[in-house]
Design a protein around this ligand. Sequence first.
Ligand code: SF4
Length: 173
Amino acid sequence: MSRVDLYGYKITGLQVAYYIVCKRKLWLFTHGLGMEKFSDYVTMGKLISEESFKRKKPKEVEIGESARIDFLKIGDEVVVHEVKKSKKLEEAHIWQVKYYIWVLKREGVNCKSGVIHYPRAMRKIDVEFNEEDERRIEEAIEKMREIIEMEKPPPVVKKGYCRKCAYYDFCFV
Ligand code: SF4
């Protein structure tokens, strides 16, 4: 399967997270300003993900280009697991996981839940997925389409997260 392709747009879990965090960030990233790879915060997040679960050595799971899931637990039901650096963007993490569940369900996988691990805080949260979530994911994809189609990025809306964003200089300097 290629990326989830609705209305001609291919959407990844990262884009869903950016949609929740900042519509402008979604636009900048989608239009090729991929500055995330230069961000220390993103690099640190990846290191935490790798270091914290070294002993278990979970395998990343790729579903086409739509989902790169940290690991799956497979029993009677499949459970999505994601490892994150900080709880500050918890809502975005939750919707990223819900999106992965939605992608798996579309592929016919029996998956209704996920777990987000915050090893630094020694916490984890459970994520459930229901019919309302399905409707909200599809609605979000439609809104993402509208944002991506805009000729210019949405205006800067200053928020607490901006200083940690890879696009900070682009937006504010
Ligand atoms: S710096 Fe702030 S406004 Fe600019 S893309 Fe990042 S989160 Fe959005």
